[in-house]
Design a protein around this ligand. Structure first.
Ligand SMILES: [Zn+2]
Length: 424
């Protein structure tokens, strides 16, 4: 909660709800596409299974809203924009435009110069394809992470310096190598934050993983950029590129007893999305941006095993009944950035209460007016009863809202619109 919002809430009895109602916690899968096979349309079948109820290679889809990542200059054996065929490229562009590919997973292993990066940006712009999220990949030269990810993309003077171009293209959120084992971010870390990692069926291995996470949390108590993100346990923090520009950096998690590097595959997800993990996330009232590689599969004809499909069904059940707010990484990060920086005023009138949206914050202290799309899902919580509630921009234009009641509170929401999955 920022100070402005807290003071607004105290004086008016109006506060922001953490998630669109009735959701109690939020979840996204942030999957790196490494090792996705070319065969059997595996990349597209994964998207259809996760986002539609259509018949797929794995049976009927689960109808969630889950994105994927893409990279460009890669070895021919790996599925990528440049290594697939024309039809594949056309389908990738369609999914970027619909929002179902939302993450740029570096420019690829072979993109080693600024010219390589600029050519990718030209290609994306030419087709009106925008990606707002960046995730560092392995040891790709264009990475940004200075420590874990060996990146050089934001060092002016390097051959592969591209941070200025990539910002101008529209990338706003960066992942630079930080993954936590804590289940539930954006809530305070309790004394049992990592107790879920200990699994009696694997006492030694799981205790080792829990001990490692303990060390990360302990080191993060000191103000050191390498560690403090773990202890703060926030998905988003303001950060800077090494060329000095401000940005958002985000934290991913994989709360698996075997460590984040083991449960991070198409088959591993069956062990990660357990009832216990999902219920604890809901109880925590937190956020999970799950680190994984859904293209690392055993059988390209059927990328998800029966056990993995059951895991996605468990997730979908909680999305359908409204316990979990599930959306793409890009949309979830955008929602959190707006929620956490929104400034609004409350104006009482005899017949109505007006909530006036003033601005949202960007890294580096810039404030601006959010777009209507960026405000989707934002929910104000008021005492029950009372007269009409109007949400409007500071220009005076009213926004469409929906009203509901929960726990004796009145909730006023700017409606969340689900993405539409295209015909591929
Ligand atoms: Zn990768």
């Amino acid at each position: 909660m920022n100070a402005d919002r807290a003071s607004t809430a105290e004086t008016s009895g109006i506060a922001l709800r953490a998630y669109p109602p009735p959701c109690l916690a939020a979840f996204t899968i942030c999957s790196d596409l490494d090792e996705t096979p070319h065969e059997h349309d595996a990349y597209f079948e994964i998207a259809r299974y996760l986002n539609t109820r259509q018949e797929t290679a794995m049976g009927p889809g689960v109808g969630l809203e889950i994105g994927n990542s893409i990279y460009f200059d890669m070895p021919a054996s790996q599925f990528a924009y440049r290594t697939t065929d024309d039809r594949g490229r056309e389908r990738i562009r369609t999914l970027i435009r619909s929002g179902h590919i939302d993450v740029l997973h570096s420019y690829g292993d072979f993109a080693s110069t600024r010219a390589h990066c600029a050519a990718v940006i030209d290609e994306l712009n030419k087709h009106d394809c925008k990606l707002r999220v960046w995730v560092d990949h392995s040891k790709a030269p264009s990475n940004f992470g200075p420590d874990i990810m060996c990146g050089r993309g934001d060092l002016p003077g390097e051959d592969v310096y591209h941070a200025d171009l990539t910002r101008a293209y529209g990338v706003r959120f960066l992942w630079r190598g930080r993954t936590t084992g804590v289940n539930g971010q954006d809530v305070p870390i309790g004394p049992r934050a990592i107790s879920h990692l200990w699994d009696p069926r694997h006492p030694l291995a799981s205790a080792k993983v829990a001990a490692k996470e303990c060390v990360k949390l302990h080191l993060g108590r000191r103000p050191h950029p390498r560690w403090e993100m773990y202890t703060a346990n926030r998905v988003l923090r303001e950060s800077t590129f090494r060329d000095g520009a401000a940005t958002w950096e985000f934290l991913r998690s994989n709360p698996y007893w075997g460590g984040s590097g083991l449960g991070d595959t198409a088959s591993g997800i069956a062990q990660v999305l357990t009832n216990r993990m999902l219920d604890r996330l809901v109880q925590s009232r937190g956020v999970c941006v799950l680190y994984t590689h859904l293209g690392k599969c055993d059988d390209p004809r059927r990328p998800f095993s029966v056990a993995s499909c059951e895991a996605f069904e468990r997730l979908a059940a909680r999305a359908r009944d409204g316990r979990l707010f599930v959306t793409t990484t890009s949309r979830l990060l955008q929602y959190l950035a707006v929620r956490d920086t929104l400034r609004y005023r409350v104006v009482r009138e005899p017949q109505a209460t007006r909530i006036v949206i003033d601005s949202i914050g960007e890294p580096g202290g810039v404030r601006r007016m959010p777009t209507d799309t960026e405000l989707q899902g934002i929910t104000f919580q008021l005492p029950s009863g009372g007269g009409r509630v109007i949400v409007e921009r500071s220009s005076g234009r009213e926004l469409t809202t929906q009203s509901s009641e929960a726990d004796g509170k009145r909730l006023v929401t700017i409606p969340w619109q689900k993405l539409e999955f295209p015909d591929l």
